[in-house]
Design a protein around this ligand. Structure first.
Ligand SMILES: [Zn+2]
Length: 253
């Protein structure tokens, strides 16, 4: 039996029996992990009740090698409950979109330090109460970072087929199924590509390593923001093989 302690975010919780809870966490050191919280709903539980979605905590559990039953959470300390985020529907929906992405893309059983840091920075950015018009860049920083960290980012500085680099302020075609931008010569008739200007492509590249908390300070021209939104929607559709269920921003055409 091994005792482990790490930082974690709560991704899901379900009641278990009358007094217990099963919670799925994104842990920094072990990726996604489900644990049982025994007796947390007992009236005089000393464990402080169940956990809340998206709580950022430090958790300790006992893992049993070879055991097929869920490991048991033994201690937890909440670092942030993100109270401001919980007061606004649009921010909470953005938080839920993070849960959707992490449950689909975060691995189990391995250290995910970069992904964990990005997720915490995103929640901190939401909890800083950004005005609604500053929400798009915060989401773009999350999407750009997740695509980079999970290895799904597209090639945007040259044609994926012939390596030719776009010149000037051209509008290119971007095709997630082919892995990035495709020049006019290499494009094959009917595909699922969409327009992407070189300016928008540069903005997307600069958001790959953006901190969501700093992104909230950025102003993006509407025409560029529109293209960025479509880029992330279409790329995530390709990666997840289905549309996102959480729509934080209006759907792109
Ligand atoms: Zn080409």
């Amino acid at each position: 039996m091994g005792r482990a302690t790490t930082e974690a975010l709560v991704l899901r919780r379900t009641p278990f029996g009358e007094t217990s809870q099963v919670a799925e966490f994104l842990t920094r050191d072990q990726g996604r992990l489900s644990l049982i919280l025994k007796g947390v709903h007992r009236p005089r539980s000393r464990k402080g009740g169940g956990v809340d979605l998206l709580d950022h905590c430090v958790i300790t559990w006992f893992s049993r090698r070879g055991s097929r039953s869920l490991a048991q959470l033994s201690e937890r300390r909440v670092l942030s409950h993100h109270p401001v985020m919980r007061r606004r529907t649009d921010l909470m929906l953005a938080g839920e979109s993070l849960v959707e992405l992490l449950r689909a893309l975060a691995p189990e059983g391995q250290r995910v330090t970069a992904l964990f840091r990005l997720a915490v920075a995103f929640l901190d950015a939401l909890d800083a109460d950004p005005p609604p018009e500053r929400l798009p860049p915060v989401l773009f920083a999350l999407h750009g970072g997740i695509l980079r960290i999970t290895g799904f980012e597209l090639v945007l500085d040259r044609c994926v087929s012939c390596d030719r680099r776009p010149e000037g302020n051209r509008v290119m075609r971007c095709d997630p199924e082919r892995g990035g931008i495709v020049c006019r010569t290499c494009r094959t008739g009917q595909d699922h590509s969409f327009d992407l200007s070189t300016r928008a492509a540069r903005a997307i590249s600069s958001f790959r390593s953006a901190d969501p908390r700093a992104a909230a300070e950025l102003t993006i021209p509407p025409a560029i923001a529109h293209q960025m939104k479509r880029y992330y929607d279409r790329t995530l559709l390709h990666v997840l093989e289905r549309p996102m269920r959480c729509h934080v921003l209006p759907r792109s055409a």
